[in-house]
Ligand binder design. Structure first.
Ligand code: ADP
Ligand code: MG
Length: 351
């Protein structure tokens, strides 16, 4: 069942375990748990460990996710909203090591993506009505205010870090880490699982996936969803430790007078992108895969290849608004199409 846009957003409600079960204990010693986090279900599959370790590790993950949800939300009171308020007031502020790490990564990815991944544009994301848990009925964005905000050019380049103190020269900068928070969170979850001695795990947050290890007896096999239908475009076997992320404009959007507005914005204009429905990226870290998927959604059919190269990812697949599939030959060689639907493939030069 597809999720509504507000279900996918980062909500400050408590992360909670909604199920924990041992599966195939004889074959792979596999345990599955579902944690409700970031407004989506995170399916945790752990292999090669006993039930007590699985339970303890899952409880630790839940606790960590609660902390992230509280402090990384762009619209519910927490450390991030405190920092955004400080920036708007022209003050600098000391922040926690976690938030500092997020800001440092955000600066790096913004620069690598030529500014297409821009987590400083929270003010504009909010002005489009995306900073809310519920879909705002009848919300009408103030378009002149949005274009004025875009002209202020909030970027991560306006932000400097000294020790633990964050300062900003542009008071229109408002952080919104929704474009890669899930990737960062799943990377951190991996570290936690490793501390429990776990080597094989799959963390699947609504199709954004971190794999750990080679899966043990059976490799990790993943479906890439078809944003044009409820089906699947293709399946792919992940190499050990690979992460696969999809940014989609088909689930979280705004409809005004029958026109859909996506939740991914082009930082150059402040306007939602309309040329790409979904962008799937494979990378070595969840943070990079998530940020790149967002950046490629903005880059679109013409520019995605250059940006993917700059960001250093080796595999990408984009679905444009007409259903055409843009991908690099290395990605093409790895996927098996698993649909009756005929796809138009637009293959790029190698990445
Ligand atoms: P999905 O939730 O489908 O995985 P993304 O990973 O692309 O999508 O995240 C989209 C979110 O990122 C938006 O809801 C908003 O919070 C934020 N965002 C929107 N546009 C940008 C952008 N150009 N750069 C960075 N973050 C963005
Ligand atoms: Mg993303």
């Amino acid at each position: 069942m597809s999720q509504t846009w507000w279900q996918k957003s980062i909500k400050p409600i408590a992360a909670r375990i909604v199920g924990l079960a041992a599966r195939k204990p004889d074959a792979a010693n596999e345990h599955q748990a579902t944690i409700f986090v970031f407004g989506t279900k995170l399916l945790v599959t752990l292999r090669g460990i006993d039930a007590a370790t699985a339970q303890a590790a899952t409880a630790k993950l839940e606790q960590q996710f609660q902390h992230m949800q509280r402090n990384w939300n762009a619209w519910k009171s927490g450390e991030l909203t405190d920092l955004n308020q400080a920036i708007a007031d022209g003050r600098s502020m000391a922040v926690s090591p976690h938030l500092l790490g997020l800001i440092e990564m955000a600066k790096r990815f913004e620069s690598l993506s030529d500014g297409l991944f821009n987590p400083a544009l929270g003010g504009i994301v909010g002005a489009w009505g995306f900073h809310s848990d519920e879909r705002p009925m009848g919300y009408r964005p103030d378009l002149p205010a949005i274009s004025t905000l875009a002209l202020r050019k909030p970027t991560m380049g306006d932000v400097s870090i000294e020790g633990t103190v964050v300062a900003c020269t542009n008071k229109w900068v408002q952080f919104d880490f929704g474009g890669f928070a899930k990737g960062v969170a799943l990377d951190m979850a991996e570290e936690t699982l490793k501390s429990f001695g776990i080597q094989n795990a799959l963390l699947n947050a609504g199709g954004d996936i971190n794999s750990m290890g080679n899966g043990g007896a059976c490799p990790w096999r993943i479906s890439i969803r078809d944003p044009k239908s409820s089906g699947v475009i293709a399946v792919i076997t992940l190499a050990p430790d690979e992460k696969i992320y999809t940014s989609g404009n088909y689930e979280r959007f705004h409809e005004i007078d029958g026109v859909r507005f996506a939740h991914t914005l082009d930082p150059r204009s402040g306007i939602p992108v309309d040329h790409i429905i979904s962008a799937t990226v494979i990378a070595d870290s969840g943070a990079l895969a998530d940020a790149t998927a967002t950046a490629l959604t903005v880059a679109g059919p013409r520019d995605w290849h250059r940006i993917a190269r700059k960001m250093g990812v080796k595999y990408a697949l984009l679905v444009d608004e007409r259903g055409g599939i843009h991908l690099n030959p290395e990605m093409r060689a790895r996927i098996s199409f698993s649909s009756d639907r005929a796809f138009t493939l637009i293959e790029s030069p190698p990445l």
